[in-house]
Design a protein around this ligand. Structure first.
Ligand code: 5GP
Length: 174
């Protein structure tokens, strides 16, 4: 039988929470400019919707790292598209990631950004799997906490597929 994709978080729930997150971030930064830095590729759908809902001064940048091979974390983080210090220096950076799992990627990225002398750095994540942490990490803004489940959709892939689903789902292998 063909594997079925089950919906974990519907498009409506995602969009409603993203609106709340954008308002929360705006309250914290108020009139200060924010540099939204999205982690490619997984966070782009989330980052775009978050930024469209953000009613304040904002800049946009991207960084690309990879740490996964299929469903297995290699534990190694490879910087594929770096940031430029001239774009980060003295900025209020909000790093946007799709999901925190072991915590390794975000820990690496926060330290990487800090070396470029930003004015401040905060972290925003669509999904958090706290039960999977290997290194301590707590994001400043969290969309949803989820159980230990391999999820796909809304930017998240399984071997590069399923990123275009408008919801968060998982593959039911039964
Ligand atoms: P961490 O470094 O926190 O272990 O992992 C972060 C990265 O692992 C995420 O950016 C994401 O690419 C990948 N990842 C972790 N959990 C999942 C998952 O459930 N589904 C998918 N598609 N990717 C995941």
């Amino acid at each position: 039988m063909k594997n079925k994709i089950e919906v974990l978080i519907s498009e409506e729930k995602l969009q409603a929470r993203i609106k709340e997150l954008a308002e929360e971030i705006k309250k914290d930064y108020n009139d200060s400019e924010v540099l939204f830095c999205s982690v490619l590729k997984g966070a782009i759908f989330f980052a775009v919707d978050l930024m469209k809902n953000y009613d304040g001064d904002a800049l946009v940048d991207f960084v690309r790292v990879s740490s996964y091979d299929g469903e297995n974390s290699t534990g190694k983080i490879i910087l594929k598209i770096p940031l430029k210090e001239e774009n980060i220096k003295d900025k209020n950076v909000v790093l946007i990631e799709d999901i925190v799992d072991t915590g390794r990627t975000f820990n690496y990225l926060v330290e990487y950004v800090k070396k470029m002398n930003p004015k401040s750095v905060k972290t925003c994540v669509m999904l958090d799997k706290p039960s999977r942490r290997v290194v301590p990490f707590k994001a400043d803004y969290v969309g949803f906490e989820i159980e230990d489940l391999f999820v796909i959709g809304y930017g998240l892939d399984y071997d590069e597929k399923y990123r275009n689903l408008p919801y968060i789902g998982y593959i039911n292998e039964k």
